[in-house]
Design a protein around this ligand. Structure first.
Ligand SMILES: Nc1ncnc2c1ncn2[C@@H]1O[C@H](COP(=O)(O)OP(=O)(O)OP(=O)(O)O)[C@@H](O)[C@H]1O
Ligand SMILES: [Mg+2]
Length: 271
């Protein structure tokens, strides 16, 4: 497989935020992906890419425990997260946030109420403390003053940011995103990318982002893992520009990263 060497979890180096070891994803007898092994280091902005239908969302669901992997191991900060008791899973899930496609906000609740929901479910905080925290999280994503708005009253970009505020409610160490730029205009998409990078820079959060958007990939990814539908496994791992410049990269990786011309090669400080 093309790309840099796997980062080793052992040997006294920093412990990975997320590790997958020989993960196999399937629906019944249908194998979507096998032999998925990689580490994400704390503070990394790590993308999972690949063509349509290759299994990006499925892999994400396996990682966050919505669908258990058929085999292999998922570890958060060295702690096994699959095949564990429901109680352990709940503890682990409280350490990460997820931004689902469309933001997945409850339309009958205000933005503040949406952000308070995980606080109600996972903490013993009283109503006042929850409201104060919700206000703070909304401010963190640039939505100060929008606490009492309903999702139908705000733009798509604002919905994504409100979804992100909710994902941040429990101060997660890792945030997962499934196609966060889907349905956004280029400017809102750029603003969301900037916000993701700013949160990483200021809070040291680890970001794992499923996306095929080249602007985002070349704009903010530290590394990208590329899945392939035909090979049914990962075919590249590394910095997107380094992958594009590598001589031995899988042809479909080159194709994926150079859609619309070899623009990745010129991608510089667009953010
Ligand atoms: N619940 C399911 N049951 C059976 N097969 C499924 C299920 N969900 C997805 N699949 C199949 O698994 C494969 C991977 O789908 P997945 O949605 O993970 O791909 P993706 O890379 O996220 O695609 P996209 O780019 O369109 O979002 C596809 O062949 C899909 O048809
Ligand atoms: Mg998907």
């Amino acid at each position: 497989m093309a790309g840099e060497k796997q980062v080793s979890g052992g040997g006294g180096g920093p412990r990975p935020a997320l590790s997958l070891r020989n993960v196999e994803c399937r629906y019944g007898d249908f194998v979507v992906m096998r032999d998925i092994t990689f580490d994400v280091m704390p503070g990394e902005i790590f993308f999972i890419g690949g063509g349509s239908g290759c299994g990006k969302s499925t892999l994400l669901k396996n990682i966050i425990g919505l669908v258990p992997p058929a085999s292999g191991e998922v570890l958060f900060f060295g702690r096994k997260a699959n095949g564990v008791s429901e109680e352990e899973m709940r503890e682990i899930q409280a350490e990460f946030g997820v931004l689902y496609q469309s933001g997945a906000l409850w339309s009958s609740m205000t933005l503040a109420e949406n952000v308070e929901l995980p606080l109600e479910l996972y903490t013993d905080l009283g109503a006042e403390a929850r409201r104060a925290l919700a206000r703070m999280k909304l401010a963190q994503v640039g939505l100060a003053g929008a606490e009492n708005k309903y999702p139908s009253e705000i733009s798509g970009g604002m919905k994504k940011r409100a979804g992100l505020a909710r994902a941040l409610a429990l101060d997660p160490r890792v945030v997962f995103f499934d196609e966060p730029q889907a349905g956004l205009d280029p400017l809102s998409s750029l603003q969301l990318d900037r916000l993701i990078r700013e949160l990483r820079d200021t809070l040291g959060m680890t970001m794992v982002i499923v996306s095929h958007e080249l602007d985002s990939i070349f704009g903010i990814a530290d590394r990208i893992l590329i899945l392939d539908r035909e090979e049914r496994t990962m075919v590249a791992l590394g910095h997107p520009r380094a992958l594009l410049q590598a001589g031995d990269v899988h042809p479909r990786v080159r194709e994926f990263l150079s859609r619309g011309g070899e623009r990745g090669a010129e991608w510089g400080n667009v953010l």
